[in-house]
Design a protein around this ligand. Sequence first.
Ligand code: SF4
Ligand code: SF4
Length: 381
Amino acid sequence: MPEDVKFYRPATMMLDVTERCPNECGHCGYECGPYGKSLGKPVITELMKDAGEEGIQLLAISGGDPFCSRNVYHAVREAKSNGIKTYSIMTSGFFGKTKSSARRVLKRLKEAGYSTEKVEVRKAFGKTNKVGAHFQLSIDDFHKEFVSYESVFNVIDAYCDTFGSTEGLAIDFSYLKNKSEGMGKMLTKIPVRENERGRYFFQFSRGEIELIFSPMVYAGRARKIDKSEFKTWPVRKVLKDCRKKMPSCIGSISDHNIITIRGDGSAYPCCSLFYKEIPRLKLGNVNEESLHEIIERANGDPLLNFMMVKNTALIFNKVGKTMLERYEGYLDRGITHDCEICKDVLTDETVLAELEGKAVKRLPKVKKWQKEIYPDIYPTA
Ligand code: SF4
Ligand code: SF4
């Protein structure tokens, strides 16, 4: 068995083709607006070629709003020609001002190779999974200020015309403290069905569309909103819940490792709303070096290797005493997401230094676990 087998093998790429968005929602975690950088065509071409060679299987496109850049179609086309399925696109639907503008965009997307067809992808522990596609539209009180319901309905209609049904279509709804309060205004416009498992479905004349509810995260522009408006959990509870989950943090190895490429070319091993605030997570920039070089360097980084097999709670265990000594009342603080703990750990020089030291010591053990997680690349004799 080769000793230099790579553990960090991202299977999914989150690609922000552009940081630009025509909207400036008050809760935007990435603080997007009609400014910011976009990835150029030649960079996307090279990136998708390298991604195919690296074994990346899935592409999720986001932004900004991906439809602010014509290169969104180029990314889908190049991904397909390198054997990568575009399985997710997230948009506000701003292009749906008229039925024909919505149809034009979706027609181009289909022509570029976007499809709802399911493909089989490899997962950790030697498992495989069938993955379809999600065309995700965001609707909530913040988006509504910029994109009317009518525009969103036009996009839904155009999607059905283009792809034949509502399959693969989802609506993402962010809410502050109280889900039903946030939903209240929307429910007056849209009939919603709740199923026995607590999942919600928007009843549209051409079929059902799942509504995905996400509590709003206190990040980026959302920090201008009073924190008491957010749904929060004490750090103590978040850590307890994390312990029950699958072990990994970065890129969730229980599913697929991921790599995120932002519109300015910077690469990160996760798609957290906080990564921009955690310089330690930056892997490199695809405008300056190849994806191969970036992935190779990440593989040689003991801390990243450690984080790929340990989740937030277990990482906190390793540096918890130092954290508690430095931050009074830490366990009782209210947070909106477990990544906030990761941010605290990785941006405090003292705590980070302690963690880096532990990661170096644990590296031989981490390498041993990695063989169990990816038996397909670490076959047993
Ligand atoms: S939340 Fe979405 S639609 Fe709103 S500004 Fe941010 S990227 Fe644009
Ligand atoms: S816990 Fe840290 S590494 Fe994991 S997703 Fe959140 S910010 Fe990224």
